[in-house]
Design a protein around this ligand. Structure first.
Ligand SMILES: Nc1ncnc2c1ncn2[C@@H]1O[C@H](COP(=O)(O)OP(=O)(O)OP(=O)(O)O)[C@@H](O)[C@H]1O
Length: 337
């Protein structure tokens, strides 16, 4: 895989405050990469470092092997042309119509009118708003405004598209349609996309790899499927624990089911092999970019715990013990204390 964006030991401070510290991550060409974290973790600042809008104090940030901080003013202007950006609040100019909003970057770069006209007409088709070309932003829905913003971001043929909470102001169905559009743009145009989001559904549906930021540091990085299967502490800190009612007797085991495992009758095989009974406490299937992952929570008798976990380990099935909610909260409080 060719890395398009490489970040090594990056540090960024605002006055006395260190906002990003020892950030290391690599984003492959043509990938959709997710950055998540709680409010204030430093996600937007990291995006702004990638497109050169924000400087950094230490470390290295290269895009296509070019150190962003080393660019001259003229080269930096060219560089920014190569990176499109979209935001939660769309940032359209209200006094311009759809055509004029999309044309704006090309006008700023003094492109000729024939080129602008062809490009705008091509882009409204790509983002599916050709019938709104003369409408003003106030006449558009949130989803349509974001489509205009995407078209404007694509006007200069960027190689990278940065999306800062691009679906956060939209209802789930409209958000899904924007994710599908981004996916199409990624696949058809080969544009590398970096997505900053609070919405786990967006991550699961769109990204292959993610980093979880905590207080300006990367707490976890890896494939989205692997991280959701493993459920590390940084992910739990972000999404919280499900308010699942679990018994205080026996042991509650959450079993993560990859697509491959979910297609096998592994759980019934386990019951037969070990000759045990257990209770089903709940389960769910979740859609990921290219697959479906599931989880199943069972309650086993104390004496069956070793046999069950040995069976799961032998079949390389990830699992974890779930405590009833109040016990989990107490354990977390003790850990933090
Ligand atoms: N221009 C600035 N000057 C001073 N401090 C800033 C500036 N921009 C961001 N910060 C601080 O940097 C920290 C990280 O902010 P940032 O916006 O990157 O976080 P975030 O993870 O994107 O948060 P959110 O999800 O709420 O948008 C915050 O403490 C913020 O107050």
């Amino acid at each position: 895989m060719i890395n398009l964006i490489s970040i090594k030991h990056l540090k960024k401070c605002f006055a006395e405050q260190t906002v990003l510290n020892d950030i290391n991550l690599h984003i492959g060409k043509g990938k959709i990469y997710g950055l998540v974290g709680r409010s204030g973790a430093g996600k937007s600042t990291l995006l702004r470092c990638i497109n050169g809008l924000e400087s950094y104090d230490e470390g290295s940030l290269t895009v296509d092997s070019i150190e962003v901080s080393s660019l001259s003013a003229k080269a930096a202007r060219e560089f920014k042309k190569d990176i499109g950006m979209i935001f939660q609040q769309f940032s359209l100019l209200s006094r311009l119509n759809v055509y004029e909003n999309i044309a704006l970057p090309m006008k700023c770069w003094n492109y000729n009118q024939t080129h602008i006209d062809r490009k705008v007409k091509e882009l409204v088709e790509v983002v599916g708003i050709h019938d709104k070309i003369h409408a003003f932003p106030a006449q558009l829905s949130g989803g349509q405004k974001q489509r205009v913003a995407i078209a404007r971001a694509l006007a200069m043929n960027p190689r990278i598209l940065l999306c800062d909470e691009a679906t956060s102001a939209l209802d789930p169905q409209t958000a899904n349609s924007i994710i599908s559009l981004l996916d199409t743009i990624n696949k058809q145009m080969g544009i590398t996309i970096v997505v900053v989001t609070h919405q786990m559904s967006v991550l699961r549906r769109s990204c292959e790899d993610i980093s979880i930021l905590e207080n300006g540091k990367i707490a976890e990085s890896g494939s989205v499927v692997e991280i959701f299967l493993r459920q590390p502490k940084a992910l739990i800190n972000l999404i919280g624990r499900k308010d699942q009612i679990l018994p205080h007797t026996g042991i509650n085991i959450k079993i993560s089911l990859s697509q491959e495992v979910a297609q096998k009758p592994l759980i019934t095989e386990m019951a037969r092999n070990l000759q045990i009974d257990f209770l089903f406490m709940g389960g769910e299937m979740e859609r990921f970019r290219d697959s479906v992952l599931g989880s199943l929570t069972i309650n086993v008798n104390d004496e069956d715990y070793t046999g069950v976990t040995e069976f799961l380990n032998a079949h390389r099935v990830p699992w974890q013990v779930l405590l009833p909610l109040e016990c989990a909260e107490q354990a977390l409080a003790e850990e933090e204390y």
